[in-house]
Design a protein around this ligand. Structure first.
Ligand code: ZN
Length: 122
């Protein structure tokens, strides 16, 4: 064998080894990526579910408006829709021209002021 043939054989051998190494690395990276995607899908779905469920929008306390959570029946919402200020600023429930005051003397909503009456009519 001449020196040139040995040299060529060495280069070919190195190239083949490098090719194997690259394919192993690429295969490993693909396997890791595939695993990451498989793990990320349920984790991401769960994260999204938690985020949507907890709700990023600010929640106004029901006590602030005097309104109760929705979905308590049509009768309640019908009565509550009457306990609002009309266009002239009168109480739609009792017709009082002034703003209702709460127990501390602060203006309150008709809905909150008449809550007990509304509840009594349900
Ligand atoms: Zn009133």
């Amino acid at each position: 064998m001449s020196k040139i043939v040995v040299r060529v054989a060495q280069i070919v051998g190195v190239l083949i080894l490098a090719g194997i190494a690259v394919s192993v690395v690429v295969g490993l990276v693909q396997w890791v990526l595939g695993l990451a995607v498989i793990v990320a899908i349920p984790v991401g779905a769960y994260w999204l579910y938690k985020k949507v469920k907890s709700g990023d929008r600010p929640q106004i306390p029901h006590a602030a408006t005097g309104a109760l959570p929705a979905g308590k029946g049509d009768r309640r919402s019908e009565l509550e829709s009457r306990a609002v200020l009309d266009a002239s600023g009168r109480c739609g429930w009792c017709g009082a021209a002034e703003l209702h005051k709460d127990e501390y003397g602060f203006p309150t909503t008709p809905l909150r002021y008449h809550r007990a009456e509304i509840d009594a009519m349900l």
